[in-house]
Design a protein around this ligand. Structure first.
Ligand code: HEC
Length: 103
């Protein structure tokens, strides 16, 4: 548990760094990512069979979310979650996950 808190702390500081350089706001994305953590992991590490998001390129992340929303990429679960976030929130989430270290 202590270790988890430490990791969350490190991720939080990475998020701040990400904010400075990304189009989206990584800090806001981190808050929003609480919804996604149940499947994609508290640090974007992925919980099998759900894919990892940590270190995913922002452009790819945003494209994936668009494709789920439109149905071009057919996945009922992600269609639901993509439908719950607007473009700004997607950009924030993309900035946040891109700021995380790939495992
Ligand atoms: C109930 C579990 C669940 C939740 C909650 C969830 N996802 Fe997903 N997510 C999945 C699954 C399963 C896939 C793989 C779907 C596929 O095969 O395309 C996926 C795929 C993705 C991908 C594409 C990854 C890639 O490498 O192409 C992105 C981006 C993503 N999710 C973002 C999010 C975001 C952002 C949230 C929160 C707003 C979220 N997900 C919440 C289950 C979930």
């Amino acid at each position: 548990m202590k270790r988890t808190l430490l990791i969350v702390g490190v991720v939080a500081s990475l998020g701040v760094i990400g904010t400075a350089q990304a189009g989206g706001n990584a800090q806001a994305g981190k808050t929003k990512a609480a919804t996604c953590a149940g499947c994609h992991g508290a640090n974007g590490e992925g919980i099998a069979p759900n894919p990892a998001l940590a270190g995913k390129k922002e452009a790819e992340f945003i494209q994936a979310m668009k494709d789920y929303k439109s149905g071009k990429r057919a996945n009922p679960v992600m269609k639901t979650f993509a439908g719950q976030v607007n473009d700004q929130e997607v950009a924030d989430l993309a900035a946040y996950y891109a700021s995380l270290k790939k495992k």
